[in-house]
Design a protein around this ligand. Structure first.
Ligand SMILES: *Cc1c(COP(=O)(O)O)cnc(C)c1O
Length: 384
């Protein structure tokens, strides 16, 4: 690293702020393999590595998935697609949200990204682009079956599919829908699946050839009828659960992400010592307060002030006082031998203790998805 003087270079530091995320590549590949093994042999798989891989770091994991063999990667945006292409990823990249405005479509096509289309206007736009470029352009059609988000409504779908069948310049290589309650409500999910299957059947009757895909992690784990030609697991790949209860059919997967830091300061204090903004934490006995360089600007929610624990030397230590932008304090009183430079685990395992993303999610009244997605890009992701 050029920025480093020779003395620092010797220690081969790759970052200075002692706050980083470790991504366990072998656990990610283990989860992918477990999911694959739960499918029929010819069922395709589209790992969803959107939003920087749910905060895990997108391009690196996408490369791993491609090496393991997949249909393609599910992504969020044109920007993400360009980033993956520049990183040398050559597989199908399917954009799961729609392209608006259509200027984005032209760029998507240039970078060989597959758009999801949700209305006739965009389909016709793609057809005119195909004529202009004299190239058959591919897309997936999104059907709205009960999520209440994007997709052509079932009432319009039949008519739109008839139109698509008359446009040889474009190729509908896939058709899909997305479930709203596959984690909690099998009856509603079955209804969504039935609506989708009827539409897909009609399209096949018109001679269209395409793959059908509907299953997110919760659906693929709970109902094999949702597997169709391809599944789209996201959260499960990262070893996190889509359920907020114990589900017997859920695959046993391994969390991929650990969030770590090091103690950068220690202070022995007496009773009555105030910690951080607002003085919300006051020691009630002689204590040791440590500082770690993790704050809400790193995506560790300020809501967790005085609520969450971290791990030091295998022991749970509570956060002391308000979390600040770049730092927080923790109460390490009673941790034998605690020292500056000790590794601190915010998410992950240390000794016999584990803090899961789900634990933090519960404390801040959200889901594990948001916990890892929120870890800001300034926190280095280290693949181990
Ligand atoms: C995010 C997403 C998924 C993945 O869902 P998980 O619950 O993370 O498995 C699948 N399909 C679509 C359309 C998505 O947007």
């Amino acid at each position: 690293m050029k920025e480093q003087p020779p003395s620092a270079r010797k220690k081969s530091l790759t970052f200075f702020r002692q706050n980083w995320v470790e991504i366990d590549k072998s656990d990610f590949l283990f989860n992918l393999k477990k999911i694959k093994e739960s499918l029929k042999k010819d069922t395709k798989i589209l790992p969803v590595i959107k939003a920087n891989g749910y905060g895990h770091g997108g391009a690196e994991l996408a490369k791993e998935a491609v090496r393991a063999g997949v249909y393609g990667i599910g992504i969020s945006s044109v920007e993400e697609g360009i980033q993956y292409r520049k990183a040398g990823i050559k597989t199908n990249l399917l954009m799961l949200s729609s392209v608006y405005p259509c200027d984005g479509l032209e760029v998507a096509v240039y970078w060989d990204l597959i758009p999801s289309l949700s209305n006739l206007h965009d389909i016709q736009f793609l057809a005119s682009l195909a004529k202009k470029l004299d190239k058959r352009l591919e897309f997936h059609l999104k059907i709205e079956t009960g999520m209440g988000r994007l997709g052509v409504s079932p009432q319009d779908a039949y008519h739109i599919i008839e139109k698509i069948a008359e446009m040889p310049e474009i190729k509908m290589s896939g058709m899909f829908t997305h479930f709203a309650v596959s984690d909690t409500n099998p009856a509603y999910t079955k209804n969504q699946l039935d609506i989708f299957n009827d539409i897909a059947k009609y399209a096949k009757k018109l001679g269209l050839k395409f793959i059908s895909h509907v299953a997110n992690t919760a659906a693929l784990m709970t109902d094999k009828k949702t597997h169709l030609d391809m599944v789209r697991p996201g959260i499960g790949l990262y070893g996190l659960t889509p359920f907020d209860r114990v589900v017997s059919k859920a695959l046993k997967l391994k969390p991929v992400l650990s969030w770590k830091a090091r103690i950068i300061n220690l202070r022995k204090v007496s009773a009555g010592f105030c910690v951080s903004y607002g003085r919300t934490f006051v020691t009630n006995k002689a204590s040791i307060i440590a500082v770690i360089p993790v704050g809400y600007a790193d995506g560790y929610s300020r809501v967790l002030s005085n609520k969450a624990d971290v791990l030091v030397r295998g022991q749970r230590c509570p956060i002391a006082g308000r979390i600040t932008m770049d730092m927080m304090m923790i109460d390490v009183t009673g941790v034998k031998g605690v020292s500056v430079g000790d590794e601190v685990v915010l998410i992950g395992t240390q000794g016999s203790q584990t803090i899961k993303a789900e634990e933090l999610a519960k404390l801040q009244n959200t889901i594990n998805y948001e916990i890892t997605c929120a870890i800001s890009t300034r926190v280095p992701r280290i693949i181990v």
